[in-house]
Design a protein around this ligand. Structure first.
Ligand code: KG4
Ligand code: ZN
Length: 353
C-alpha cells in the first residue's frame, strides 16, 4: 500500500510554501518569497507578508501539484503551519488549508512550525532517531528541544532570553551595510575573514543553563563598528562577519552538545534558517564528532521556511493515525513548541477526533 499523499502549507513569515510529501518522499516544494519587498525596511513587515501570501498561495499550490504530477483529488490530508509566527501571515495559510481540506473532503492538521523544521530531516535522512535533541535556529527562534517523538512529544530545554540567532544575523548585517536577510551575505563575507580577528562576547557561554543570549553580541558588534567609523578607519567587513559568525556558532554548538550530554542523547538535529550557515554546520560536525554524537542537518534549501517541512510533519502524524484538528482551529502566533498538532478550537473545545 502506498503511503498517504500529504499537502503542506507554510505561511508563518515571508515564505509562501506549498509542499507535497508521500511518506518520507518529497514530491514537490513550491516556495514564493516576499523577502524582496521587505528588504528596504531591514525586516519583515507583517502586513506586506500577509498580502504577498494571499497573492502567492494559489499559484504555489498549482505549481506544487504540477511538479508532483498529481491531481488535487489525489491528496489524502492537508497540513498547515498553525503557529508560531506572524498572526496575519499564519491566517492566510490556515484559511487556505481549511478551504482545501473542505473542498477535497480530507482531514486538516494544524501543525507547529518548529516541529516541522525538525521533521523535514526525514525527507533526507529517513526516520528520526528517538529520542533526539534538536537545535532550532531561525529568524524568530533559538531553542534546544528534547524530541522523544516529533509527531507527538517535543519538550523545550532552553531558548534565547532575548534575540534569536537569525535576528542577530539580520541586525549585524544592517550595521555592516549588507542586505536583508543578513544570514547569507554574512556567511559569504565571512569566508574571506579571520574568525579570530575580534573577540566578541559569547552570552551565557559558561552558565549551566541551555538558554542563549545574542543581544549583547549584537550590541558589541555595533559598538565595535561605530568606534572604527568614529575614528575614520575602514571597517574590515569580512573580519567582523567571520568573528561574529564564530561567536554565534561557538555558543550554539557548545550548548547543543551540553544538551545531548545532560539528557544522555546521542543524536542531534539542527533545523531552521540559520542551520543553513556554513560555519555552524562545520563546527557542529566537528564538535559532535569529538563528543560521539551523531549529527543530522537537512540540506540548506530545506532549512529555511518551506511547505515540504509542513507536509513532512503532516505525513508523520498521518502515518501514526493521530486525530486531525477540528476545522475551527485558529492561527496561534505564540503556539507553544510542545503543541505539535493543534487540537482545541478558540472556545477551548477539544478536537472531535
Ligand atoms: O527558518 P527561517 O527561514 O524563518 C524563520 O522561521 O524565521 O529563518 C530565517 C533566518 C533569517 O534570520 C536569516 O538571516 C537566517 O535564517 N539565515 C541564515 C543563513 N540563511 C538564512 N543565517 C546564517 N547563515 C545562513 N547561511
Ligand atoms: Zn522557520
Amino acid at each position: 500500500m502506498t503511503a498517504p499523499l500529504v499537502l503542506g502549507i507554510e505561511t508563518s513569515c515571508d515564505e509562501t510554501g506549498v509542499g507535497l510529501v508521500r511518506g518520507h518522499e518529497l514530491l514537490a516544494d513550491a516556495v514564493a518569497s516576499s523577502v524582496g519587498e521587505h528588504a528596504r525596511f531591514g525586516g519583515v513587515v507583517p502586513e506586506v507578508a500577509s498580502r504577498a501570501h494571499l497573492e502567492a498561495m494559489i499559484p504555489a499550490f498549482d505549481r506544487a501539484v504540477a511538479a508532483a504530477g498529481v491531481r488535487p483529488g489525489d491528496i489524502d490530508a492537508v497540513a498547515a503551519t498553525a503557529g508560531p509566527g506572524l498572526a496575519g501571515a499564519l491566517l492566510v495559510g490556515v484559511a487556505a488549508a481549511k478551504a482545501y481540506a473542505l473542498a477535497l473532503g480530507k482531514p486538516l492538521y494544524g501543525v507547529n512550525h518548529l516541529a516541522a523544521h525538525i521533521a523535514v530531516d526525514q525527507l533526507e535522512h529517513g526516520t528520526l532517531p528517538s529520542p533526539a535533541v534538536a537545535l532550532l535556529v531561525s529568524g524568530g527562534h533559538s531553542s534546544l528541544l528534547l524530541v522523544p517523538d516529533v509527531a507527538a512529544e517535543v519538550v523545550p530545554l532552553g531558548a534565547t532570553i532575548d534575540d534569536a540567532a537569525g535576528e542577530a544575523y539580520d541586525k549585524v548585517a544592517r550595521v555592516l551595510g549588507l542586505p536583508f536577510p543578513g544570514g547569507p551575505p554574512i556567511d559569504k563575507a565571512a569566508r574571506d575573514g579571520d574568525p579570530a580577528a575580534i573577540s566578541f562576547p559569547r552570552g551565557k557561554y559558561h552558565d549551566k543553563t541551555l538558554d542563549f543570549s545574542f543581544a549583547g553580541l549584537k550590541t558589541a558588534v555595533a559598538r565595535w563598528v561605530e568606534a572604527r567609523q568614529a575614528a575614520g578607519e575602514p571597517v574590515p567587513v569580512a573580519d567582523v562577519a567571520a568573528s561574529f559568525q564564530e561567536a554565534v556558532a561557538d555558543v550554539l554548538t557548545r550548548k547543543a552538545v551540553l544538551a545531548c550530554r545532560a539528557h544522555g542523547v546521542a543524536d542531534l538535529i539542527i533545523g531552521g534558517g540559520v542551520a543553513a550557515n556554513s560555519r555552524l554546520r562545520a563546527l557542529a560536525a566537528c564538535r559532535c564528532d569529538e563528543a560521539g554524537i551523531r549529527l543530522r542537518v537537512p540540506r540548506p534549501g530545506l532549512c529555511t521556511d518551506n511547505g515540504a517541512m509542513v507536509a513532512a510533519l503532516g505525513a508523520e502524524i498521518v502515518s501514526r493515525g493521530l486525530p486531525p484538528s477540528p476545522l475551527g482551529i485558529p492561527a496561534d502566533s505564540s503556539l507553544p513548541v510542545s503543541e505539535v498538532v493543534v487540537r482545541a478550537t478558540p472556545g477551548g473545545r477539544a478536537a472531535a477526533g
